[in-house]
Design a protein around this ligand. Sequence first.
Ligand SMILES: O=C1O[C@H](COP(=O)(O)O)[C@@H](O)[C@H](O)[C@H]1O
Length: 256
Amino acid sequence: MSETSVVVHADPGVLAQAVAARLIVRLIDAQAERGHAGVVLTGGRVASAVYRAIGELPARDAVDWSRVDVWWGDERFLPAGHPDRNETQAREALLDVLPLDPARVHPMPAADGPDGNDPEAAAAQYAATLATAARPGTAALPHFDVLLLGVGEDGHVASVFPEHPVAYETRPVSAVRGSPKPPPIRITLTLPAVNTADEVWLVAAGADKSRAVGMALAGAGPVQLPAAGVSGVGRTLWLLDRAAAVDVKPTFRSLR
Ligand SMILES: O=C1O[C@H](COP(=O)(O)O)[C@@H](O)[C@H](O)[C@H]1O
């Protein structure tokens, strides 16, 4: 049975530091257990702050980064190197300073990639890349130790938006057209794929996230509020700052 926990930190800066420290420890533990680790990155402001914080923590050197597989939960379908791509932001904030094995870094395809400006083909390509790394004898996905998610003001996670057809998608990876948040074309892991992760961490900061966070934890429907449809196999962890947690019921809150 998956466990859901909520941890509330004082402010966005402390939240980013705490998530960074927590992720480093989780990767160390995964490598101790299995020899390697898999992490799924997200985009957005709080994620970039977490990535910068990892780069600043000396304990980052306790991770063998050459044995970490890096995946993405969603991508803005733009040309490679575009500043709005989640990949570009993660590379600038962290990945470029880590001794990663480039063969283990798996960005989602770009709009100027080999599949051309075709998000459906790009989504199929990413699904094939995931399947290649899948655990033998299991579904079409690799082992994700931790899957990070931001939470949109509207309750979207990755690029699964409320009431959008992608919220019903059952394939692991989907193209998204007509995203209500720019850019309009994206690629995303779907909720069923997200929910194969060992641990899913939803990270949110700021008052503009409080309504979505509160409704998700109160049991909203996953099509109306995709954040409510997320659950890790072993654990679902909500990592919030105080402003994002104001609508969370007291039974969930553990103020730090
Ligand atoms: O567009 C996106 O937004 C969400 C949330 O971003 P934030 O800046 O409001 O924290 C993010 O989780 C997602 O990966 C990204 O593509």
